[in-house]
Design a binder for this molecule. Structure first.
Ligand code: ADP
Ligand code: ZN
Length: 295
């Protein structure tokens, strides 16, 4: 079985051809520019290739509601040219095979659950902490989608007592993304996160916010495994601090070992590293192939 994958990020696209075991035989990466230019690069990648199905994990917001007239569209993004763009339709036309369509983070959750750090678990929440913050999940085999897809990065969190930074989300100012995504770290502290390794207060503040958020996601979803990825999580000191903050935020209320004494086994780094998304897209393609229709 030959499967295609498109991990469509706001800054870069990754296209791949591989199999259901996550083995990649061909891969290409290019910057996300206009839809026309970017889709032309996708077309060139898949030219002269035969694939049984393709999976798209896309930046959002996107319409994932199969009953909607604009299913498969990128919806209201400020990204030039992409607003109201029929992304799924464009890819179907290029590849002429069934195409699965979901968010980049839902795809990454599927990748980690099937072939990464959440193997064997019944459910997996995947969160990226990068240019933005987004979460996706697979619960009992199903991608977490509703009227739209979750927007877990935009929840409110209790403020860190010493933090006076106003936040930079254009919609909510001090939502989680506005306070804790990579650009917020840079604006609050005046340097990129990668330059702030030796400033413990940076990571204590960051872990406070991510700990608050993870506790909320535990209370609302109760996932068996939580995988934290994205550029900011490359700071290795962050994960143990997050474990501490989640435990403090829950304060023993959810008393299961997974969220108390064994929290290190529940909240983990990606097993697939930076390939969680693209691997998940291959698995999404396999799901679309099995359904046997463009979905
Ligand atoms: P994207 O979210 O655009 O797909 P990334 O997940 O790489 O890409 O996130 C980029 C953000 O992560 C930037 O704000 C960057 O400053 C931050 N970042 C990248 N690497 C590190 C690092 N090693 N330490 C802290 N922050 C980092
Ligand atoms: Zn917001």
């Amino acid at each position: 079985m030959r499967l295609g994958a498109i991990e469509a990020g706001g800054t870069k696209f990754v296209c791949a051809i591989g199999d259901v075991d996550g083995k990649i035989e061909k891969r290409m990466q290019f910057p996300t520019t206009t839809p026309e230019e970017t889709l032309l690069a996708v077309r060139e990648f898949f030219a002269n290739e035969t694939v049984d199905a393709v999976g798209i994990g896309s930046f959002g917001p996107i319409d994932v509601n199969r009953t909607s007239k604009t299913y498969g569209y990128v919806t209201t993004t400020p990204k030039a040219g992409w607003s109201n763009f029929p992304f799924l339709q464009a890819v179907k036309e290029i590849v002429g095979a069934p195409v699965g369509f979901t968010t980049d983070v839902n795809a990454a959750a599927l990748g980690e659950l099937t072939l990464g750090a959440a193997q064997g678990a019944g459910s997996c929440l995947y969160v990226t902490v990068g240019t933005g913050i987004g979460g996706g999940a697979v619960m009992k085999g199903e991608l977490l989608e509703g009227i739209t897809h979750p927007e877990m990065g935009h929840i409110r969190v209790r403020r860190h007592e010493q933090d006076t930074y106003a936040g930079n989300c254009p919609y909510h100012s001090d939502c989680l993304e506005g306070l804790a995504a990579g650009p917020a770290i840079e604006k609050r502290w005046g340097q990129k996160g990668s330059q702030l390794v030796d400033r413990p207060e940076v990571w204590e503040t960051e872990a406070h916010y991510l700990g608050e958020a993870v506790a909320t996601w535990i209370l609302t979803l109760s996932p068996e495994r939580i995988v934290l990825g994205g550029g900011v999580m490359k700071q290795r000191q962050l994960l143990p601090l997050i474990h501490k903050h989640v435990k403090e935020a829950l304060n023993g209320y959810v008393s299961f070992e997974a969220y108390t004494s064994k929290i290190e086994e529940t909240i983990v780094s990606p097993g697939l590293g930076d390939d969680a998304g693209i691997t998940g897209c291959l698995l999404l393609a396999e799901r679309a192939r099995k359904k046997g229709r463009s979905s």
